[in-house]
Design a protein around this ligand. Sequence first.
Ligand code: HEM
Length: 146
Amino acid sequence: MSYVTALIIHVLSVVVWIGGVAFVTLVTFPMILREEKSLEQVMMFQGVEHRFAKIAKLMVILAGLSGLYLLFEKGLSPGVWIMIVVWTFYAALLFGLEKLIFKKIFSKPADKLDTRKVFNILQGFHWVVLTLSALAIAAGIWTGHN
Ligand code: HEM
């Protein structure tokens, strides 16, 4: 595999993955929070989450493998460390923690859950991970062109 092919796979997988996180943060959560009924809110969230989680997991694996290839070619640098930390945070969530967190949050039936509070917290959390992702993207471009 050539260096440029690895870079193309790396950037494309990041575009789909972080683009999805941006969509969920900027479009899906505001739509959920406009919805009145708790059950509708939970259904909308679970519908999006089930579909996007699969896509995100595949993109995280592709970004990680192509990133490792680039790492062996270019070596470690502060920018690469930032990317690795952000990647590891996402991988820990997507391949383990997230299931435990959602199981705990949605253990109560929707009508017993303060869904507005839950989705406000989840939206806030997505703003944090989106900001961290933007930092990793800047670190990657800096690494690649500095
Ligand atoms: C295992 C984790 C990762 C590793 C080992 C890794 C490694 C690298 C390396 C070595 C480069 C530099 C390529 C060059 O010098 O041209 C790079 C570029 C890049 N990486 Fe990562 N990366 C990882 C995760 C991420 C993540 C999580 C993001 C964003 C959320 C990201 C976004 C980028 C971007 C945007 C570039 C710049 C491409 C360019 O403009 O040339 N990477 N990555």
